[in-house]
Design a protein around this ligand. Sequence first.
Ligand code: IPE
Ligand code: IPE
Ligand code: MG
Length: 228
Amino acid sequence: MSQSKTNGLNHIAFIMDGNGRWAKKRHKKREYGHIRGAEVFRKIVRHCADLGIDAVTVYAFSTENWKRPKSEVNAIMSLCRKYIDEALASDAEASVVFLGDKSAFDAKMRSEMEKLEAKTAHYRKKICIAFNYGGHAEIVDAVNALIAGGKTHITEEDITGAIYSGIVPPPDIIVRTGGEYRLSNFLLWQSAYSELFFTETLWPDFTSDELDGIIEEFGKRKRRFGGV
Ligand code: IPE
Ligand code: IPE
Ligand code: MG
């Protein structure tokens, strides 16, 4: 699809929020909302690829989400495993990268994540899944890695290169569904000049049409990056 269709959009990020409330509204367990949310994630990623967008980042599990009941955390972990298995078996031409601290996962899950990353590493299009991701932790880890590498004076470029998501440019757009107006520790370094969009729509109800509307609106915004 043409550049004009996506209004020069290279990287879009989503805070996929509202799964639990979506399920509660239907008198179902929160887990049910995550299952539907995972389906919508697949659909939206496909739509972004069809539009010709190079990079999509999704916030799937935060460093703070471990505070949730074990049953809910386990349900999210198994949805992630299911996605990995599916992606390993598919011939989708996109590089999948997990942003976050993998050391919290068991050895099997870690090795599956790494297998998928290695198998798809050569593709130009990127799907970044923020999983056990926190913006604070990302910056701290980057600084520690730079110190361990012998740096004594750290520049902005050093941090940009050392963060988990250094492989993609900063997001042009961050969309948060679910009606909350905050970043909840997502892409704190990268969001400096991202265009922010908030919608009341709960993630399981989010559609490609609503996304098209956001991209259209993005095209009308004046990005000045501090200039005039
Ligand atoms: C977002 O939906 C998904 C994750 C945080 C894993 P929530 O589970 O936060 O849904 P709400 O915000 O409680 O409705
Ligand atoms: C942000 O949603 C994390 C993800 C979408 C994965 P939360 O539901 O965890 O955020 P808060 O708690 O409302 O800030
Ligand atoms: Mg939430």
